[in-house]
Design a binder for this molecule. Structure first.
Ligand SMILES: Cc1cc2nc3c(=O)[nH]c(=O)nc-3n(C[C@H](O)[C@H](O)[C@H](O)COP(=O)(O)OP(=O)(O)OC[C@H]3O[C@@H](n4cnc5c(N)ncnc54)[C@H](O)[C@@H]3O)c2cc1C
Length: 445
């Protein structure tokens, strides 16, 4: 029995994180038997799908909520995905060079952009400073209808692969992994219900059947922490699921990805406008940010799982209390709630868009039904803080859990790299880091 359903590594979850790891292990290690279990009948139907996220390859150059240090790390993992796309010829198929910028509006923000440009230009030498005059040429919609006295400026580029269809890329990971190793198995419509440590192996219960693994990596989005808690891991963490919705412009407006300046207290990108690469590049604005009592944006049956993952406690209440005590965060939470209320939401959201495209009215936009996803933001109960970005639970016992809010899709290969290192050490197998770096890192974009 052990032989039949025994694998060296089992990956739980077939989003971009799970599939990137499958590819990395298949191509750059000598592990033979690998299986991936995905509970739905296709890969990347949740957050990694192009309908669910903003399709942005986050390099750290336009994300104003990243420090230079954070931007350097993100840029490195973004380069891995760019190089992967170039290696297989996915340019203009699954990744696109759409111009992108961080926009400052008003004197204070313009100064912020100027200072940031100076700080970032050595690390990101392709970035340019664009003043009002230049922006009028590049992206006239930013100026049309704007008060003449209002100053604007941006730092931007048209030289990077900025937009990615992460869902389609995850399918290529599986295809290319199978080309490298014909022993791998991808099981769709197979939900991992339980994981148990038995001796030095793991027993996974999947649709009532048992499977065994020497090593397990859980890349199950918001469900990762649930599975961790059930095994007694990650008990210092809570998961706060933050839904994100979008609005479509009914008129053609932006040719670029336009990010605005975020309040540094918030762990999300501020509202931005992006040409939607799967909808003829029509502008999509968002995402909103609203806490939702569920683990998947468009599936309803997870309320109890939500409670289990949130693991309410004195510390969690203190984190909420501290967040809500801050006037900016309170205002942000109320505004984002209003952006979701049918009947009034368009009116409120149009005001937000007008910071980017001043001439756009509520009649020019529509709520994007069924578009959007859910960010599993992690609360560290010990420090009573919200994590900015991903979190990993390394147990040291042969199982790892990844929680992947934004920029989790961008950093899929970076995460896969660190998991492959952990697996190689634990199982005493070879991970060809030199080849990984040669293919995916040591290139000039
Ligand atoms: C509104 C929004 C905008 C975003 N924008 C960006 C962006 O522009 N750029 C960026 O880099 N990132 C962005 N992100 C984040 C990005 O979408 C995620 O970080 C990324 O998709 C996470 O991938 P994943 O594979 O870890 O998780 P997911 O894509 O959520 O996949 C998890 C998979 O695990 C499966 N699963 C769950 N439980 C089980 C189980 N028990 N058994 C088997 N399978 C299971 C699920 O069905 C799912 O397929 C955004 C997210 C949101 C919500």
């Amino acid at each position: 029995m052990l032989k039949k359903h025994h694998y060296n590594v089992v990956i739980v979850g077939g989003g971009i994180s799970g599939t990137a790891l499958l590819y990395t292990l298949s191509k750059y290690t000598n592990i033979k038997d690998i299986a991936l279990f995905e509970k739905y009948d296709d890969l990347s139907t949740l957050n990694s799908n192009a309908k669910s996220n903003s399709q942005t390859l986050h390099c750290g150059d336009i994300e104003t909520n990243y420090t230079l240090e954070k931007a350097k790390i993100t840029n490195k993992t973004a380069s891995m995905l760019e190089n992967y796309g170039l290696l297989y010829g996915y340019e203009d198929k699954y990744m696109f060079k759409i111009p992108k910028m961080a926009l400052g509006v008003g004197d204070e923000e313009v100064k912020f952009i100027k200072d940031r440009f100076e700080e970032f230009k050595d690390e990101f030498p392709y970035m340019e400073y664009w003043d009002k005059e230049k922006l009028l040429k590049i992206e006239p919609a930013l100026l049309k209808g704007r008060d003449e006295d209002e100053n604007i400026a941006a730092m931007g580029t048209d030289k990077r692969w900025s937009a990615v269809n992460f869902g389609e890329i995850s399918k290529t990971f599986v295809k290319n992994a199978k080309d490298e190793n014909n022993n791998i198995e991808v099981h769709l419509s197979k939900e991992v219900q339980k994981i148990e440590k038995i001796g030095d192996k793991f027993e996974l219960t999947v649709n009532g059947k048992h499977y065994y693994a020497d090593y397990v990596v859980v890349n199950a989005g918001a469900h990762s922490l649930l599975l961790a808690h059930r095994m007694g891991h990650g008990l210092d963490y809570s998961c706060l699921p933050v839904g994100g919705s979008f609005y479509y412009s009914k008129i053609q407006s932006l040719k670029s990805k336009v990010y605005t300046i975020q309040n540094p207290k918030l762990p999300f990108a501020a509202i931005h406008g992006d040409p939607d690469i799967i909808k003829g590049n029509i502008s999509r604005f968002g995402p909103t940010a609203i806490v939702l009592p569920k683990l998947e944006r468009y599936h309803h049956a997870h309320f109890l799982d939500f409670i289990e993952t949130l693991a309410p406690s004195k510390e969690v209440i203190e984190v909420f209390y501290d967040l809500m005590r801050d006037e900016d965060i309170r205002e942000y939470a109320i505004k984002n709630f209003l952006y979701e209320v049918p009947g009034i939401r368009k009116k409120f959201f149009a005001k937000e868009i007008q910071k980017i495209v001043p001439s756009m009215s509520e009649d020019d936009i529509e709520f994007a039904e069924g578009i959007g996803g859910l960010r599993p933001q992690v609360i560290d109960k010990k420090t009573k803080k919200l994590f900015l970005g991903e979190a990993k639970i390394k147990t040291g016992e042969g199982i790892v859990f990844n929680m992947t809010p934004s920029p989790g899709a961008t950093s899929c290969l970076g995460n896969a790299y660190s998991d492959a290192e952990l697996i190689a050490k634990h199982l005493n197998i070879t991970f060809d880091i030199r080849k990984f770096n040669k293919d995916l890192l040591d290139k000039d974009n």
